[in-house]
Write a protein that binds this ligand. Structure first.
Ligand SMILES: [Zn+2]
Length: 315
């Protein structure tokens, strides 16, 4: 029997857990669905990631409002993917911050990515009609952006670590608490999506840079919060291993189909049961195959190209 397309048959609600990581530092995890976070400043909030629709985001904000009533001054977007950004209007943020490449990618492929992700993961798009349009960052940077939290809370540092999950990922680092919000650059007990990635950079210099913060708590893009130096090292190590195995297996293949078969065989024993593994792998291998054959920037995913790649590799 053919496998259902991407996550289109994944319709079961996931349980969301709000965790207080430190005084005024929050994460909402959801059993492998996209994670979000929030950091309190003296008299304002910084929210990290926006979820897929304003309705989905409002449910998260309602949970957060059980802990703090401060207004959202900054909404930080780790990268351009639709399920991370299209809920932005619910936050009423004064400033929407992203890397400069993220803004460019939204302009270049935001519409196509919206259609692609909606078809791949319909369950995440709660009341899709509530999305007013593409989300446009109002403040961008190339290397580092610092937010003074005030009231002796220190800074929140937004840092570009190099090309990785996309061309423009940022991480949010809270040095006072040694907490890192890593976006999709790190996954913890969840499969990686690499369909828009730069595998070689990500597996080497970019993850080195992420590890160099010395975080003691790490919130990845999906999956559980990683706790303690060992837990953080394990999450980063898992991410690097996934990429390294992909690079090795696809690099030894003579065709795209063989690359998919080899990668699937090598990854499945360790990662096959993790969220979105089967969904992601055809798109991942397609992009990696391009990267290994001189296509510098990821090709734009459209709803049509998604189906074509899926039918070729996964069904
Ligand atoms: Zn992503």
């Amino acid at each position: 029997m053919a496998k259902p397309f991407a996550s289109s048959a994944d319709l079961g609600e996931k349980r969301q857990s709000l965790e207080v990581l430190a005084d005024g530092v929050y994460a909402l995890t959801a059993e492998g669905d996209p994670n979000v976070g929030a950091i309190e400043g003296e008299d304002f909030l910084v929210c990290f990631e926006a979820l897929a629709t304003p309705v989905a985001a409002r449910a998260w904000l309602a949970r957060l409002r059980e802990h703090t009533g401060k207004p959202v001054r900054y909404l930080v977007l780790s990268h351009y993917h639709a399920v991370r950004v299209l809920g932005a209007s619910a936050f009423g943020a004064d400033v929407i911050v992203a890397h400069e490449k993220t803004r460019e990618l939204i302009a270049e492929r935001g519409e196509q990515d919206w259609a692609s992700e909606y078809a791949r993961m319909p369950r995440l798009f709660k009341e899709p009609g509530s999305i007013p349009g593409l989300t446009w960052p109002t403040a961008t940077f190339s290397d580092r952006f610092t937010i003074d939290l005030g009231g002796g809370r220190g800074d929140l540092v937004l840092q570009y670590c190099g090309r990785g999950h996309t061309e423009g990922d940022l991480v949010a680092w809270l040095p006072e608490r040694r907490v890192l919000f890593a976006g999709d650059l790190v996954e913890s007990q969840a499969a990686l999506y690499t369909g828009d990635a730069f595998h070689r950079d990500w597996a080497s210099a970019t993850l080195d840079r992420v590890a160099s913060f010395g975080a003691e708590t790490l919130v990845g893009g999906r999956g559980a919060v990683a706790r303690g130096k060992d837990g953080v090292a394990a999450a980063i190590g898992q991410t690097r291993d996934f990429l390294t195995v992909m690079l090795r297996e696809a690099g030894a293949a003579d065709s795209l189909k063989e690359a998919f078969a080899r990668t699937h065989r090598a990854l499945a024993p360790r990662y096959g049961s993790w969220p979105i593994f089967e969904h992601c792998l055809p798109f991942n291998v397609s992009r990696l195959w391009d990267e290994l054959h001189g296509i510098e920037r990821p090709r734009v995913w459209t709803a049509e190209r998604d189906r074509q790649v899926w039918n070729e590799l996964q069904s």
